[in-house]
Ligand binder design. Structure first.
Ligand code: PLP
Ligand code: COI
Length: 341
């Protein structure tokens, strides 16, 4: 294996071209066998439903090089299942679980040299997506679909890595509504949130924290991750119908529970901001990112004064990444080695 000539230890979270991506087409009621290609572009009908009516969903997962040089996935089946839930909600053709898994394996095998070396802190981000590719002008689901998976080596989502970020509560813009599509991973949710995220970045914050859009009283999640707080020694994470069920959060809740930390999934009020001992963001890209402060209106609630993550956040982060990187045993069966070819 020839490793790509990249500065893996200093990679940003950005698109980096690799050798191959893989594409499967759904036509006449069946999926084809998929094809690896070096083509970086997609030829689409101008009336494709993804372009006009937003029939587009995606996933994000990472693969890691273990200390023994083998490559492992982290909770791939959960991403595959969430991809199916997203597809069903938008009346798209769900990708069979075994096709999803095969696609990830094939595209990673075809880009082996782009998997960042163990110890570099970088990983290979896998981005599966599904497009309604059939031509329609009436608002109705496509009869044809294109399923693509590309990979790109990435560093930390927030530049500083495992260092506290500043968040701001977004009071005006809603990302998603209960009964809407906030609980699935469709492109439209991210388009809806861009104004908020860019506005926050312009003011020096890393991201926004959305509020529930009915009462504007409870914390939902950020634009790219779930959220938790440590309150009175408990791991507390918002329960809401409009947030994406995060696979990282699901994993960290399990780790917290097994470390003897009580776990609560419940509405978390903005009125509780002053009671957090620690807070963090959770996501594939964000991993666990400690939250150093949250600004709400005129008030800034500070959770890290020394620029470091708190003890509970640090403990959970270390446990999670040790499993992801294959440095610790995985008693949960979350990881799986990708065969060499
Ligand atoms: N919430 C949103 C809006 C996201 O974009 C993501 C990223 O995938 C998450 C939460 C975290 O989900 P996961 O941990 O499955 O990556
Ligand atoms: C992920 O964490 O995989 C995401 O999809 C977040 C993304 C918006 C970069």
């Amino acid at each position: 294996m020839q490793r790509a000539d990249l500065d893996f230890a200093n990679l940003p979270f950005a698109f980096q071209q690799t050798d191959r991506n893989i594409r499967y087409r759904f036509r006449d009621g069946t999926w084809d066998r998929g094809e690896l290609t070096a083509d970086q572009t997609i030829n689409l009908h101008m009336a494709a439903t993804c372009l006009h009516y937003g029939q587009e969903i995606f996933e994000g997962l990472k693969v890691f090089e273990r200390p023994d040089g083998r490559i492992q996935t982290f909770r791939l089946e959960e991403n595959a299942k969430r991809f199916q839930r997203s597809a069903r909600k938008l009346l798209m053709e769900p990708v069979p679980l075994e096709v999803f898994k095969e696609a990830v394996h094939r595209v990673v095998q075809a880009n082996r040299g782009f998997v960042p070396p163990h110890g570099s802190g970088a990983s290979l981000y896998v981005r599966p997506f599904l497009l309604g590719s059939g031509a329609e002008v009436g608002v109705k689901p496509s009869r044809e679909y294109l399923f693509v998976v590309f990979v790109t080596p990435v560093g930390p989502y927030y530049k500083a890595g495992f260092e506290p970020v500043k968040l701001i509560v977004e009071e005006a813009i809603d990302r998603a509504a209960p009964g809407g599509v906030g609980d699935v991973k469709c492109g439209g949710n991210y388009a809806a949130g861009m104004r908020a995220t860019m506005g926050a970045k312009g003011k020096g914050y890393s991201e926004v924290l959305y509020l529930d859009c009915r009462e504007k009283k409870y914390l939902d999640e950020s634009g790219s991750s779930n959220f938790y707080a440590i309150i009175d020694g408990r791991y507390v994470t918002p329960a809401s119908p409009s947030i994406l069920p995060s696979i990282t959060n699901m994993s960290v809740r399990q780790l917290a529970e097994d470390a003897g930390l009580p776990v609560e999934a419940r509405p978390v009020g903005v009125a509780e901001l002053g009671s957090f001992a620690e807070a963090g963001c959770l996501g594939t890209a964000a991993v666990i990112t400690p939250v150093g402060s949250i600004t709400h209106g005129e008030r800034e609630y500070v959770y890290s004064k020394d620029g470091k993550a708190g003890p509970v956040t640090t403990q959970l982060y270390n446990k999670l990444i040790a499993i992801q990187w294959g440095e610790a045993d995985d008693p949960y069966g979350w990881t799986e080695v990708i065969p060499e070819s």
